[in-house]
Design a protein around this ligand. Sequence first.
Ligand code: 13P
Length: 252
Amino acid sequence: MIHRTRPLVAGNWKMNGLRESLNEAASICKAVAAGGAGKAEIVVCPPATLLMAVTAICEGTKVGVGGQDCHAEASGAFTGDISAEMLKDAGATYVILGHSERRAGHHETNEQVRAKAKAALGAGLMAIICVGETRAERDAGGALAIVGKQLASSIPDNSPPGRIVIAYEPVWAIGTGFTPTPQDIAEMHGFIRERMNQHLPGQGANLRILYGGSVNPANAAQLLSVEDVDGALVGGASLSCAEFMAIAGVYR
Ligand code: 13P
């Protein structure tokens, strides 16, 4: 496999994980130190309650830590929210933004995602911005148009090179065991690269475009070898060190 850029395998723990999950984080650090992820960069995105404990575990290792969302403002009267500055202060280097579960469950718009991404970049974080169509949108032949719109409206103009990562996560593939065909993934990732090259002139070639949605140890080798796939955003399988490392191990 030839990669333009260093692949990224990020684990999104979502609303999962109690203190005992810190053992998994420690195991991931140990496995990465032993070469288990090969040339892939590894990032763990725990729930906010575990963020500082996970960053303490990962400090000095090759495993990065990310948040799962941030507010567009740096501070203020926003009960329950967390700012990009706070994530950075807690030791995070990445933040996932615009996940479909937030777009659907919290009614986040493309414009809000873009404001959050601006805040993340301003705080010095890397932004993993999620896009993806629903089953109905794909069945209606509208997948490319929907993702094109999400990209156009969610990605800040003039983002500095290398600071944005796109995650293509078809909503219908998340947590379902279903995945698009390699041909459909290749088509979408090629489309995303082309659109992003227009949106952020000259940055398309080195942009990392992750695939996410039901990635597991059994399908990782096939999914991650698809043209224009530069890594994975892993949900359920990232909760287990063994499964997560079996996926990242594709890059060994
Ligand atoms: P699953 O890997 O559990 O399908 O979740 C994917 C996802 O939403 C990652 O952000």
